[in-house]
Every structure is written in C-alpha cells, then in structure tokens.
Write a new protein. Structure first.
Length: 353
C-alpha cells in the first residue's frame, strides 16, 4: 500500500481540490483509493454527526465507503487553546494510527490531507511533519502562489520535512507569471531536492460561489430562488442604469449587489446576459415588476439585511475559498489537474508506475 500526503504552507491552498482530482483519476485507472484527514478544524454538524466539513465533502466526491469518523478521527470541537491544553499527544497519535490502519485496509493508495498548514497541530504532536513520520508518507506540497516569498516558505518546509518532501505544485497562479515561475523557481527548487510537477492557473469557476452558498453565508432570504449557478464576479450597483450597461456587458457570471430600492437598475440587470443573481441590500424588497421579471428569467434574488458595502466586504472574504462540491467544480478541478500537472511524475514518486 502506498501513501501520499498533500500538505501546504498556508491555508486555502487547494489541498482538498487536488486530492479530489488525483483520487478520481487514480480510481479511473483501477486503483483502490483511500482518503484520510487526521486532524479536522472546520467542524460542523451534518446529519447530527460532528464532522470536518472539508473531509466530509472530499470523501463524498471520492465516493469512499469508509466511516467518516475514521476518515477524519481528530476533530476540533472546542477553542483551539483549550483543545491543546486538554490534549494527550500520545493518545491522539494512537487514534490517528488506528484510524489510518482501517482506512488503508484493502487499498492500493491512501491520499492523506494535511491540516490548515503543515505546522498546525505541532503543539499536540499531530502536525503534518509528525504525521508524515508516523504514517511513513511521501509528501507533496501544494503552494498557493500569493507572492514570490512563498518560495522561501517552501524551502523552509523542505528543511523540516527532509527527504519525505519531494514534489511541489504551485496553485492559483496568474497567467503572466507562469513562464517565470516555471523556469526560475522550478530550477531553484530542483537544487533543493523538490521537483515542481505542476503549475495550476487561477480559475474563476473554482474561486466562485454557488448562489445557494452566497445566500447561506449572508443569512439572506430568497425572494426568487432561480438557478443555483456559480457566481464568478461581484458588481456593486452604485452607478446609473445607463452607465451600468457597459459593466454588465463586460461581466462574467456576475451577481449585482445593490439596494432594494434601485428598481430601474434591477430591470436593466435582469435584461443583461451576464448578470446571474441580484443581491438586494438594506432589507428593502423590490417592486413586484422586478420579482415577476426575475421569476420569468430564472434569475435568483437574495434579500439581505446588511448595507451594500458591508455585504460586498463579507463576500470578498470568502471568494476564492469555496469548497469543491457539485459536479461542475469537481469536473473542472479534474480538468485542470490533468492539463497542468505531470501525473506520470506524481505516479512514479508514489511508486504506482
């Protein structure tokens, strides 16, 4: 049985997305794939069971049959400092090893997802560094290319992981930097014993949010439910209806955020091909004409209590941090990994070639 640990130097780097893509690709090739996340911090009750939300949806995407409590055995169920204070490191490691043994049974490979970043859990002896040692995993570091300084962070992690860290993938890279990163950064990493096996571009579909996710996050009310599409862009409706036409024409699967009393702007937006949702602020309901037009076109309208600026700021916080769920996103992340990652090198590294 082989194992590959997907770790990161910072949160929201794309670990779950990469695991979903790799897992589906390997399953299609006939491998029996297991999924394991030792320590989950994004806890939520689903079907009356406390789970790590990322682990739950990743396991669901991969259609694994293992018990979710074995898939992610350690859950952050209280404030972190309190959790650390009460933790018994030896007991936590025993729980992890026992769960991993169950997950790895009859599997060809287990994909192990790291914590928020590779250092989280260190105070309890269950960080990615420790996990890679006790489970004897090979490590692939997925790196969100937020700035050139991530190279130093990646090389620092290599010093800590040592020989277990051999591959890296840069994720969410904007197009113009690709050539530079591939040639300069790739060569630098190679000298340090880390092979760059993929550069995945930033993708608006993966960064976007489903309309239902927006509604839930804002605690909004559906005045018109419409189609649950992926919103890739946000537009603040602070302009006149005449000026808005150009913005709407240039938009891509956008949501308009504006006051509920901007009736003329609402009607212009509902005629625009690229506006897929209206988010009406200030708890002001629109006219019946607007509601009927939205129903006719299948465009959702969400009513929220916050003002326009607050609503925009709140949504800005979660754009690019959306979970990979739903067939559209799952298919898209797989396409990206197949196009931009050297899967032959990954397979050879794991020992599956």
């Amino acid at each position: 049985m082989k194992s590959l640990q997907i770790s990161s130097i910072e949160e929201y780097s794309g670990k779950s997305a990469l695991i979903i893509a790799l897992g589906l690709i390997l399953k299609e090739k006939g491998y029996k794939v297991g999924y394991f996340k030792p320590f989950g911090v994004n806890t939520k009750y689903i079907n009356e069971n406390l789970v790590d939300e990322d682990a739950y949806f990743t396991a669901k995407a991969l259609k694994v049959e293992d018990d979710i409590n074995d898939v992610c055995p350690i859950l952050l169920d209280k404030p972190y400092v309190e959790f650390v204070h009460l933790a018994n490191p030896d007991e936590l490691r025993k729980i992890i090893i026992n769960a991993y043994q169950k997950i790895s049974e009859n599997k060809d490979i287990v994909l192990v997802e790291g914590a928020v970043d590779y250092k989280v859990g260190r105070s309890m002896g269950i960080c990615d560094l420790t996990i890679s040692k006790i489970l004897d995993t090979k490590v692939l570091m997925v790196v969100k290319y937020s700035s050139d300084f991530v190279l130093d962070k990646l090389l620092a992690s290599k010093e800590l992981f040592g020989g277990s860290l051999g591959l890296a993938i840069f994720n969410q890279l904007t197009g113009y930097k690709r050539t530079y990163v591939e040639s300069v950064a790739g060569a630098l990493l190679q000298k340090s014993g880390v092979e760059l096996v993929g550069i995945i571009p930033k993708d608006p579909i993966l960064a976007g949010l489903f309309v239902s996710e927006i509604r839930n996050f804002l605690h909004g009310e559906f005045l018109v439910e419409g189609k649950d599409m992926i919103i890739e862009q946000l537009i603040i409706g602070a302009m006149s209806p005449q000026s808005a036409i150009k913005y709407f024409r240039d938009a891509r699967n956008a949501a308009l955020i504006t006051g509920g009393d901007r009736i003329e702007l609402h009607l212009v937006a509902l005629e625009a091909v690229n506006i897929k949702c209206l988010i009406l602020t200030g708890n002001l309901k629109p006219s019946q004409v607007v509601l009927e037009k939205a129903e006719e076109k299948g465009i959702p309208i969400i009513l929220v209590k916050d003002d326009t600026l607050t609503t925009m700021e709140r949504l800005d916080e979660i754009f690019g941090k959306a979970r990979i769920k739903g067939e559209i996103k799952i298919n898209r992340v797989r396409e990206l990994v197949e196009s931009f990652v050297d899967l032959k090198k990954v397979a050879k590294y794991i020992g599956l070639d």
